[in-house]
Design a binder for this molecule. Structure first.
Ligand code: CA
Ligand code: CA
Length: 302
């Protein structure tokens, strides 16, 4: 039994070579494992390195892009600022322009109002002128027709009004027409008027209203030759104005004194040359003046 024991002991206790070989193998395996680990580590590192390179490139590219983008944004920002400044300037100009337009508009509205007022006034003026023109035309027609009614004796023109007025109103009427109440200063003139007027009571330019019984003509001259009717002047009930046509027998004594407030027709007279002032020959030709002196007619024809 002993050999077996020895053999077992020989088997259970390896030899040094075997141990060495084993160690060697272990070392080889360890080295192999270490190599593998190193290879893995190198691979991992290489991959990471590549990734990092890639990331760096990407970052560089991204950085470049960002810088470009920043430059573009700076340019864009600069442009926007310029544009903003231009817009501010433009806005300021537009506001000025608006203010000017508002001022101009206000002025135009004032001007329009003034023109409307002026237009209204002009229309009123036109209407007044039209009315005035219409009245003047009526007056002209009246004057024309009145001129046809004038008669002439010696160097005077006579017109017997048909309106009945007081002595003062009659005198005003005569003066408005450029004449006056008639002054009778010759027998021939008295006879002419007595024939012409007949028995119609007609004011003449004689009054004693300033002092009783001191009769004066309207030109201030004193009465020299009178043609009072019978019993006149009698100053009955304060009679201070003279009229003709008192007696119906057509004698030459046709005057009477009467209250000046009575309303009578009147006899207006005017010097011939005054009557002819402003009247055209066509309007009143010489042949229409049969009683005029020949010298006066010749004067008119010149
Ligand atoms: Ca009297
Ligand atoms: Ca009388």
């Amino acid at each position: 039994m002993e050999p077996m024991t020895q053999q077992t002991e020989t088997t259970s206790q390896p030899s040094p070579e075997s141990r060495l070989s084993r160690l060697y193998r272990l070392a080889v395996v360890g080295l192999g494992l270490l190599c593998v680990l190193l290879l893995i580590a190198i691979t991992v590192l290489w991959i990471q390195f590549n990734n990092l390179n890639l990331q760096r490139d990407q970052l560089q590219s991204s950085n470049t892009n960002l810088m470009m983008e920043r430059d573009q944004l700076q340019t864009s920002n600069s442009n926007l600022m310029k544009e903003r400044d231009q817009l501010q300037t433009s806005n300021s100009n537009l506001m000025k322009e608006r203010d000017q337009l508002q001022t101009s508009n206000t002025n135009l509205m004032k001007e329009r109002d003034q023109l409307q007022t002026s237009n209204t006034n002009l229309m009123k003026e036109r209407d007044q002128l039209q009315t005035s023109n219409t009245n003047l035309m009526k007056e002209r027609d009246q004057l024309k027709s009145m001129r046809q009614c004038w008669e002439f004796f010696d160097t005077s023109a006579y017109y017997i009004s048909t309106d009945k007025k007081t002595w003062s109103e009659s005198r005003d009427d005569c003066e408005d027409n450029g004449g006056d109440l008639v002054i009778i200063n010759s027998k021939e003139e008295q006879e002419y008027l007595a024939r012409k007027i007949g028995s119609k009571y007609t004011w003449i330019g004689l009054t004693d209203s300033e002092r009783e019984n001191q009769w004066k003509w309207v030109d201030g001259s004193a009465l020299i030759t009178a043609y009072w009717g019978q019993g006149q002047p009698d100053n009955l009930n304060e009679e201070d104005c003279a009229h003709v046509g008192y007696q119906e027998n057509f004698s030459n004594k046709t005057w009477n004194d009467l209250s000046c407030s009575f309303r009578l027709q009147n006899c207006m007279f005017m010097a011939y040359h005054s009557f002819m002032d402003g009247i055209s020959q066509a309007e009143f030709p010489p042949e229409a003046l049969p009683i005029l002196k020949s010298t006066d007619v010749l004067h008119l024809a010149e």
